[in-house]
Design a protein around this ligand. Structure first.
Ligand code: ADP
Length: 263
């Protein structure tokens, strides 16, 4: 029975992973098709200026899709993902064109990058997928338009040290927050939002995997994710990722347990 249980848990994990990747892949395909449609309609109108923007955007999405299938193959070969030091501000700015393509015209995109943001340690492709998922949710929550704000900042938050949940010390995190001025989430939706396959969207539109992917990514990166939402006002999702400062990496900077308990 125990073996059966373990097997079914494994299958569930694989299902979640492949479902998540299929979901991301679909988002990217939507972006590519959107860019190509725009390209075609501009050409049909005889407007040949700035066509490279649409080509570049389609190429960028196709490259991201290739990186995704690479991840799936890496998983099949059981190669662990290796996180890298990432400049979150630069990554977000590089997504700007993709994000504009994804959002409708009635949504204004604001990017507010804090100066001197430390490097964070995570998988950059997964961070991109997470931000894209959050942007799509924000778009869907603002059917008649609004403002999508992506903001970076530095936060102090507890960090769990070692296996015991009691071993906690304050640490600095790179924070990426994605806010919308949309519908907001009622308490019962908020309570289930991270559950895989939970969706309030019509059949065929939502997979219920966006936020569970974001959650899995944050946890895998030893970070956190929190949702702040108010019905009728909007939603903010904050991803906290550990700083990759040389100091945090070194053993010496991890406080001794006695210090942690005193804090
Ligand atoms: P999906 O978007 O496919 O439904 P998610 O896991 O991303 O899956 O989201 C689950 C549910 O959480 C959504 O169906 C929606 O009800 C709610 N939700 C997520 N993000 C937002 C948001 N920014 N504003 C309002 N509701 C949201």
């Amino acid at each position: 029975l125990e073996d059966q249980l373990r097997q079914s848990q494994k299958m569930e994990a694989v299902g979640q992973l492949t479902g998540g990747i299929a979901h991301d892949f679909n988002n990217l395909l939507t972006g590519i098709v959107g860019s190509l449609d725009l390209l075609q309609s501009r050409m049909a109108q005889g407007r040949f200026d700035r066509l490279d923007r649409y080509i570049n955007s389609a190429t960028a999405s196709a490259n991201r899709a290739a990186a995704l299938t690479h991840r799936l193959l890496a998983f099949a070969r059981r190669q662990p993902l290796d996180p890298k030091p990432v400049e979150a501000n630069r990554l977000i700015v590089s997504m700007e064109e993709l994000l504009r393509r994804t959002l409708s015209e009635s949504i204004r995109l604001k990017i507010a990058a804090v100066d001197d943001l430390p490097l964070t340690l995570c998988d950059p492709n997964q961070l991109e997928s997470a931000i894209l998922n959050l942007a799509i949710n924000a778009r869907d929550a603002m059917p008649s338009g609004g403002v999508l704000t992506i903001e970076t900042s530095i936060s102090n938050l507890d960090r769990v040290y070692a296996a015991s949940q009691k071993d906690v010390f304050p640490a600095r995190y790179v924070t990426i927050s994605v806010s919308d001025t949309g519908t907001g989430m009622p308490a019962d939706v908020l309570a289930q939002a991270f559950d895989p396959f939970f969706t309030t969207k019509p059949l065929g539109e939502g997979t219920g995997l966006g936020l569970s992917m974001v959650y899995g990514f944050a946890k895998q990166s030893e970070g956190h994710v929190r949702i702040y939402s108010e019905v009728g006002r909007g939603t903010t999702v904050k991803i906290y990722l550990p700083c990759h400062s040389g100091e945090l990496e070194s053993e010496a900077s991890v406080p001794a347990l006695s210090e942690i308990h005193r804090a």
